[in-house]
Design a protein. Structure first.
Length: 291
């Protein structure tokens, strides 16, 4: 969801698709008891509108589901803008005073390279977490990757059109505060990691694209979760492990109610040794990968 919200930050938070029209079959799991079925599906949050990612088993699971649960539903532009203004800006403490001269030079070059509107001056008024996120996402948006075509948004529109309810696992404010509430040193390292890796994302992104398309969860875990756990353990715990544990608890509660629910979250949450499925296993609940 280095997605969801690091080194190679866009790859970690977003897990993107390239603008190619290639048939995909992303991974799908199911959790069942006597009267409840819950599907778990990994998504990407930015998506070109010419990417084919649907397949029959996925379409059937959606048709059979009574409701959809995604990461958050209150992410309209006005709401997100208000939260960024509240938690992401700090003009009284510009980044230049938090970075070394060499890091400031790198920040300026990075802003120019990825095409941040207003360049480094725009970044200077941001807190480190927002500057890092902006540097990671700006080139992807510039390349035409559109949040409006993210898988979660498309699933939401489909289910609402079918008259089915859509719920959120978190709120937009919760997601932003996962970064905004980081300890100061961790938040600054978050930006520094993005600056160090500003030119390293393309080859890794291509690998991740192919992994998502083909349901290659092991590769997603190796590149996303393993790297984050090794280089940014505090972020890994906050953005992956703690959230996966919380979501698994919510899935367990859903099993107490009859019906069929389709849950769609960032694909990185369904990969690796601390995935939602592993957290469910720890609760005595098994998620079965669908063929």
């Amino acid at each position: 969801m280095k997605s969801s919200l690091f080194p190679r930050l866009a790859v970690a938070l977003l897990l993107l698709l390239a603008s190619t029209c290639v048939l995909a079959k992303p991974a799908l799991w199911v959790v069942k008891d006597a009267d409840t079925t819950i599907y778990l599906f990994g998504t990407v949050h930015l998506l070109p509108n010419d990417t084919d990612w649907r397949y029959p088993a996925l379409d059937k699971a959606l048709a059979d589901s009574d409701s959809l649960t995604i990461e958050l539903t209150d992410d309209d532009p006005a709401r997100m803008q208000a939260l960024v203004l509240q938690y992401g800006l700090d003009p009284g403490h510009p980044l230049s005073g938090k970075l070394s001269a060499a890091e400031n030079a790198t920040l300026t070059r990075a802003a120019q390279t990825v095409g941040v509107p207003g360049g480094a001056n725009t970044l200077q008024m941001m807190r480190p977490w927002l500057a890092g996120l902006t540097l990671a996402v700006a080139p992807l948006l510039k390349a035409g990757l559109d949040p409006a075509h993210g898988v979660d948004k498309l699933l939401k529109a489909q289910m609402l059109a079918a008259g089915k309810p859509v719920d959120g696992l978190e709120t937009a404010e919760q997601q932003i505060r996962f970064l905004a509430d980081l300890p100061a040193d961790v938040e600054l390292e978050f930006l520094r990691s993005t600056l160090r890796d500003i030119d390293k994302g393309s080859a890794e992104l291509t690998t991740l694209i192919d992994a998502w398309k083909h349901g290659d969860v092991a590769t997603i875990a190796r590149i996303e979760d393993d790297d984050l756990a090794r280089h940014e353990p505090a972020l890994y715990q906050r953005l992956l492990v703690q959230r996966n544990q919380a979501w698994a608890t919510k899935v367990a509660a859903m099993l107490q109610q009859p019906g069929t629910v389709f849950i769609a979250v960032g694909a990185a949450h369904l990969a690796g040794p601390d995935s939602v499925q592993v957290q469910l296993h720890n609760l005595g609940i098994e998620a079965v990968r669908q063929p």
